[in-house]
Design a protein around this ligand. Structure first.
Ligand code: MSP
Length: 494
């Protein structure tokens, strides 16, 4: 099966920061899980380069627009490369192939009778690129809203209200976590949707509306369309294979665009809508959202990952709050979590197993049939729970399950004291059970801490790619390599 996973496309108005890395890391976690489940995966990202917000940023920087967006876009692409994040497709909204797909999308909506010309008057936040109906300041950026009045094309969003409600109610995993789903349902059931203004005359920095060069498309239509254009023309094979199996990873501030406007646009154009929208909360620093407009909050993802590794950072993000809630970043807690869970719990567990093997059976041995063992049964139950959590995108719960298994096995070793067992069958059977659970564990942890898990699999002589279908499958050759530190402790001074 194919799986298409997306990050948002990031605004090319400023440099990337830790908040952007958060959403992208969550997407890579889902990617690895899908791959373990034998899916062929495309992970798509990119940059959002049109619209007034970008135009104003380039003017402020006194750099020609194209040059400005290219430099910012390159910063995002190189960040993902420096962090070795597996992004397959990186789409810029200024790319020619993107523009033609976006025009195709518009024409399909128009052909369906869903686009009409009108006049818009409202309060606008350029930072959000969004109209508000009331209020003096933008609730997100806290800047004064500007009064705009312009001729505009409209999309008949109102026609899709009931269909949206029905779809969300009928598909548990369409918006996750549940609190975010309820938020969208409340918005849809307590308000009457107004048609959406989808063109601008106040800027020329955008994709021209087909047949009317006075207007450019509203930047959010243009941006959302990258999810399609990344895969190719709407009639291409790759599009047909991947688009029906899409998961969007986003931050909570762009939920309405993805969970209300986007499905309605896709239905209007006769396309299927994504399977799931996975929403993360904000990363904050001392309670303030990490944002380029607040320089004191900016943290460099590269510096942090040099300190705790990419595995360490993702583990901290997933463990610290249930996905969808805000997380107040604390460097000291990050280091504590990484040392306690990865260096101590996981690292020591594998070191203990390989230490025992090197001491008693450095050449390995064979146990043909799986012994009956309480630890194996308990781990099997937790593995089931893990799978259930991953399928429902409860990443925090799944990562806790992974750690619970590691703690359980550590405790079992303490209780059993295998070094006191008589050498021979009893010791071999116990070590074989340990090998079995450590192999399962090194598969289950793959979505969260892939580099560490690869080292762990190497240490127990199972260097194969992690696959869900290998979980619980008995492997008769019990061996290990020399004990090594698979996750060194991180010092506070770094
Ligand atoms: N360009 C739009 C997205 C268009 S997608 C079709 C945009 N760009 S953004 O650069 O402002 O934000 C991109 C993503 O980064 C959003 O999901 C946003 O929530 C996320 N984050 C930006 N700052 C963040 C934090 N401080 N914390 C968590 N996520 C953050 O919106």
């Amino acid at each position: 099966m194919k799986r298409h996973i997306t990050t948002p496309i990031y605004y090319a108005s400023g440099s990337p920061h830790l908040g952007h890395a958060y959403t992208t890391l969550v997407a890579t976690c889902l990617r690895r899980y899908a791959e373990m489940d034998d899916h062929e995966v495309i992970l798509a990202s990119g940059t959002d380069e049109h619209g007034q917000k970008i135009e104003q940023a380039a003017t402020r920087a006194d750099v020609p627009l194209l040059k400005f967006v290219e430099a910012r876009s390159n910063e995002f692409a190189s960040l993902w490369q420096s962090l070795a994040l597996p992004i397959d497709l990186f789409t810029r909204t200024t790319a020619a192939h993107h523009q033609s797909v976006t025009v195709d999308l518009w024409q399909r909506m128009a052909a369906n009778g869903d686009i009409y010309k009108g006049h818009y008057e409202g309060l606008y936040c350029v930072e959000c690129e969004e109209y508000f109906t009331s209020g003096e300041n933008c609730p997100v950026h806290r800047v004064p809203l500007q009064k705009f009045a312009e001729e505009s094309y409209f999309f008949r969003l109102s026609a899709y209200q009931q269909r949206l409600i029905d779809h969300i109610k009928g598909h548990q995993n369409f918006i996750v976590p549940i609190a975010r789903r309820n938020e969208v349902l409340a918005l849809l059931t307590e308000n009457t949707l107004r048609d959406l203004s989808i063109s601008r005359t106040s800027t020329t920095w955008g994709i021209p509306v087909p047949g009317d060069n006075q207007h450019v498309m509203y930047v959010w239509i243009d941006a959302l369309a990258t999810y399609l254009s990344a895969l190719g023309p709407l009639n291409s094979d790759r599009f047909a294979e991947y688009w029906p199996n899409t998961i969007h990873c986003i931050g909570k501030d762009i939920l309405t665009f993805h969970a209300v406007y986007w499905p309605a646009i896709l239905w209007s154009a006769g396309l299927t809508i994504p399977d799931s929208i996975v929403v993360n909360g904000w990363l904050t620093v001392e309670g303030r959202k990490i944002a380029k407009s607040d320089p004191a909050t900016i943290l460099d993802p590269v510096e942090l990952t040099e300190c705790v590794t990419v595995d360490g950072l993702l583990h901290y993000f997933l463990k610290s709050v249930n996905l969808g809630h805000d997380l107040d970043f604390r460097r000291d807690i990050l280091i504590d979590v990484v040392n306690t869970d990865l260096a101590n719990t996981i690292g020591n567990l594998y070191a203990r197993y390989s230490g025992l093997m090197q001491r008693f059976y450095p050449g390995g041995f064979v146990v043909e049939a799986q012994p009956k063992n309480r630890l194996l049964d308990e781990v099997a139950v937790l593995s089931e729970q893990y799978l259930h959590d991953m399928e429902s995108f409860s990443l925090t719960q799944a990562s806790k399950c992974f750690l619970r298994i590691a703690n359980l096995v550590n405790k079992d070793i303490q209780d059993v004291e295998p070094w006191r067992l008589p050498e021979g069958e009893a010791l071999q059977q116990y070590l074989a059970c340990l090998h079995h659970v450590l192999r399962d564990l090194a598969i289950l942890g793959e979505p969260f801490v892939p580099v560490l898990m690869q080292k762990a699999r190497g240490l127990i002589g199972s260097p194969e790619v992690a696959r869900l279908s290998d979980i619980g499958v008995w492997q008769p050759h019990i061996c290990s390599t020399e004990s090594e530190v698979i996750f060194p402790r991180v010092e506070y001074s770094t």
